[in-house]
Design a protein around this ligand. Structure first.
Ligand code: ADP
Ligand code: MG
Length: 559
């Protein structure tokens, strides 16, 4: 019995749909890219399932994407014979948005009055399937999951609800049919029933898709035409690839709508052969600091997609890097467990990390604006590597920037800091705190400011972790100005005579003694100091004490 059920979209999904229906994008053509991208993913998944599950009875000999148009009825259909979806999957995947960061994105969108900014925000998030509603006022999806006998029909006008039916005997895979909006009918630019238009969009946005994207020629007895060239960009020399081709592959892989900040391509030959094409996005994803954040590198083996989000290829602190790594000498059967133990994979990962850090270093020297963007977006994540990747600690410190007292407008690299160090200065001074303004008001700053020493102002929680453990940079050690004795070179200490100091000590002895007994429970010692200029006293940690901010972090983490 096939009874039509009407269901409601989840609230977040409804809001995103609203944005699509009222098309906040200037470029509607990309809806086709999104549908093709989904079809391509579904074909990848089917091939992989068929390979892993010998009992799954499916034909994988002719996997493909077909595009059909009907100018009379004004419909456009994108059909694949991929993995398909079960009824529950249709409800869960199409009626709901499970992406982390959705709620936050929508809140930001509601608060933002600037439509240009909203567009950029949502573009960054990517809306996939829902982009169909930019060009269609009704969308029908017919799907059957490989291995199941019943199919499912889903239909919606992009308003609050959708209907769902069970369809016995539907073809395996998914067909998405768009009922195109009448207002685009007379508009040449948006005629999505025109062959030429479809061809142009596919060439432009989906050329690299590895599956054939076909369209009937309309001529009796003629074979369907394959619209895409199916070139694996990562396996082709750089000089045979255009920037635009790289960009579109990036968008397919990342689901990002903005261009990448940097493209890194290289090939390794010899005993363990592989090709890598990596991208650094131009913006941090919303979930960069969420626990379930994805790591973006895909693993292929001999041109066959194996897995998304391959953690073994990219360390966590570079989780924002996207791309493809295609290895020639791995088995198609490779599993996460095997990857974890494989020596070649470890070598490959080391090389990938070096390439990424090297390309950031290149930006730092040759493309400072691009570097600034990189550091603003990803610096916080990259700094995690100072603690977690001992092998590359130096290289990371080398490309890092920090706020300092030198220039409130611009962060500085450590190399620049060291260049500016004063005669006789042996340490890189730093102070951690909740914000720049809090740190600047700290009494610990007084003497350094008075004597003109530059201080790093570290405000990210991760700074607490590395600053205390890193030994040094360029032969200079890091010193927290909130801890232990800070002996400032060239200061008053040298000019004061020994007798003056003895006298001072004698004068203050009763006060110090009184303070020590009064505060006994809270402090270890009261010392006379030369580090303050206007505050009468400050609290100092022992050299090896954890700082108050770090203590708070441990407390928050339940330790
Ligand atoms: P995304 O592709 O970023 O996950 P989409 O909105 O494009 O987001 O698609 C949502 C989900 O719906 C996909 O992740 C996939 O699980 C499912 N889906 C969409 N199109 C297809 C399809 N043609 N075949 C199988 N599953 C699909
Ligand atoms: Mg998609």
């Amino acid at each position: 019995a096939t009874q039509t059920e009407t269901l409601e979209f989840q609230a977040e999904a409804r809001q995103l749909l609203q944005l699509m229906v009222h098309s906040i994008y200037s470029n509607k053509d990309i809806f086709l890219r999104e549908l093709i991208s989904n079809a391509s993913d579904a074909l990848d998944k089917l091939r992989l399932s068929a390979f892993k599950d010998k009992d799954l009875d499916v034909d994988v000999s002719d996997l493909r994407i077909d595009i059909e148009t009907d100018p009379e009825r004004r419909t456009l259909t994108v059909r694949d014979n991929g993995i398909g979806m079960s009824r529950d999957e249709v409800v869960g995947l199409i009626g709901t948005i499970a992406k982390s960061g959705t709620a936050e994105l929508l809140r930001t969108l509601r608060e933002s009055k600037d439509s240009e900014a909203s567009r950029e925000l949502i573009g960054q998030f990517g809306v996939g399937f829902y982009s169909s509603f930019m060009v269609a006022d009704r969308v029908t999806l017919l799907t059957r999951r490989a291995g199941e006998s019943d199919g499912t029909r889903w239909e919606s006008r992009g308003e609050g609800t959708y209907t769902i039916d069970t369809v016995p005997g539907a073809p395996q895979g998914t067909a998405v049919t768009l009922h195109l909006k009448p207002e685009d009918a007379e508009d040449q630019l948006h005629d999505y029933t025109s062959r030429a238009k479809i061809k142009e969009i596919v060439r432009r946005y989906s050329d690299f898709i590895t599956w054939p994207i076909r369209m009937e020629t309309g001529e009796e007895g003629e074979e369907a035409e394959i619209l895409n060239s199916r070139k694996a960009l990562w396996a082709r020399p750089k000089d045979e690839t255009t920037e635009e081709e790289y960009r579109e592959l990036y968008k397919h892989l990342s689901h990002d709508w903005a261009d990448p900040l940097e493209t890194i391509q290289f090939m390794a030959e010899g005993t363990f052969e592989y090709q890598a094409l990596l991208f650094i996005p131009s913006r941090a994803p919303l979930d960069l600091f969420m626990r379930d954040a994805k790591r973006g590198v895909q693993l292929y083996v001999k041109r066959v997609f194996i897995m998304d989000d391959c953690e073994e290829l990219m360390p966590e602190y570079l989780r924002f890097v996207k791309g493809v790594v295609d290895a020639q000498d791995l088995s198609l059967n490779v599993s996460r467990e095997i990857l974890q133990q494989d020596r070649h994979i470890r070598l490959m990962r080391r090389r990938l990390v070096k390439k990424v850090l090297g390309s950031v270093k290149g930006m730092l020297t040759d493309k400072p604006e691009q570097y600034d963007t990189f550091w603003r977006e990803f610096g916080k994540a990259v700094k995690e590597g100072i603690v977690t990747d001992a092998d590359n600690q130096e290289a990371i410190l080398d490309i890092a920037s920090f706020e300092t007292t030198h220039d409130p407008e611009r962060p500085t690299t450590l190399a620049r800091y060291v260049e500016r160090m004063k005669e006789g200065q042996e340490h890189i001074y730093y102070l951690t705190g909740a914000s720049r303004s809090v740190i600047e008001k700290s009494p610990h700053m007084e003497a350094l400011r008075a004597k003109g020493f530059e201080v790093l102002l570290l405000t990210d929680p991760i700074d607490e972790m590395w600053a205390g453990s890193v030994t040094g940079f360029a032969g200079k050690t890091f010193q927290s100005i909130a801890k232990g004795q800070v002996d400032l070179p060239g200061g008053d200490d040298e000019t004061e005579s020994e007798s003056e100091r003895t006298e001072q000590r004698r004068n203050f002895a009763p006060l110090l003694e009184w303070m020590t007994t009064t505060l006994e429970e809270h402090i270890k010692e009261v010392r006379l100091s030369t580090r303050l200029t206007s505050s009468p006293a400050c609290i100092v940690g022992e050299t090896y004490d954890i700082s108050p901010a770090l203590a708070k972090m441990y407390e928050a983490a339940g330790q």
